[in-house]
Design a protein around this ligand. Structure first.
Ligand code: AP5
Length: 214
């Protein structure tokens, strides 16, 4: 089961990818999370990625592709994975398609979580993340049991650096220019399903599992 999550920043890809990973017992691989954990550890990769992320730009393809291919070559990916935030450009998608084809396999499902830009801007301002375990909440829609504290590990929740309004607008612009063309790419491969990401997260998940189990 090799699944790709598409959608604008803040559409709910990460939220749904975690639910898919739990239900089907496959790894959830987020390039954004990999970059953020490298930033936290102060690695050279993290320092390089941070320069782009803070400006709302994409990290260069060569760097991103290298870390992604390294991750999917690990043993826990043998039965599949759910990719969240990769691919994000046509060259990234082509490398992934080719690498998977070399193993005699293919990407099975591409899911586009569709949310209009206005709703995205509202969501991002309210998102709170756990810097320790990566859990994600929203101050209105998905609240932790105790305000400001992660349900999973008890850490203080934070606003991501790239969730500031001006950076969110830049990320949306980059999404429309560089990532949206992937919808066409996977549609032509006949593996694309668009789900309405404005619905409640359980309803979105039901639409996704209906597709995965059809
Ligand atoms: P990344 O971490 O991938 O960020 P993103 O794609 O911009 O997506 P987000 O994590 O912001 O949002 P999401 O869609 O996962 O939404 P979430 O579930 O959190 O990338 C960050 C940066 O890293 C990029 O800008 C780039 O610089 C770099 N990068 C990463 N991958 C790269 C690549 N392949 N190539 C180049 N550069 C790369 O939900 C959002 C909020 O809404 C949350 O608060 C959540 O609780 C809430 N929510 C979720 N679902 C619902 C719902 N149904 N109803 C109401 N609220 C909801």
């Amino acid at each position: 089961m090799k699944i790709i999550m598409l959608g604008a920043p803040g559409a709910g890809k990460g939220t749904q990818a975690k639910m898919i990973a739990d239900k089907y017992n496959i790894p959830h691989i987020s390039t954004g999370d990999i970059f953020r954990s490298n930033i936290k550890e102060g690695t050279p990769l993290g320092m390089e990625a941070k320069e782009y992320m803070d400006k709302g730009q994409l990290v260069p393809d060569d760097l991103t592709v290298r870390i992604l291919l390294d991750r999917v070559s690990k043993d826990d990916c043998r039965n599949g994975y759910v990719l969240d935030g990769f691919p994000r450009t046509i060259p990234q998608a082509e490398v992934l398609d080719n690498e998977v084809a070399k193993l005699g396999q293919k990407i099975d499902y591409a899911i586009d979580v569709n949310v209009p830009d206005e709703a995205i801007v509202r969501r991002m301002g309210g998102r709170r993340c756990c810097p320790k375990c990566g859990a994600t909440y929203h101050i209105e829609y998905i609240r932790p049991q105790k305000e400001g504290i992660c349900d999973e590990c008890g850490s203080d929740l934070i606003l991501r650096d790239d969730d500031k309004p001006e950076t969110v607008l830049k990320r949306l612009e980059v999404y429309h220019q560089q990532t949206q063309p992937l919808i066409d790419h996977y549609s032509k491969l006949n593996i694309l399903r668009t789900v309405d990401g404005t619905k409640d997260m359980q309803e979105v998940f039901e639409a996704i599992t209906e597709y995965l189990e059809a």
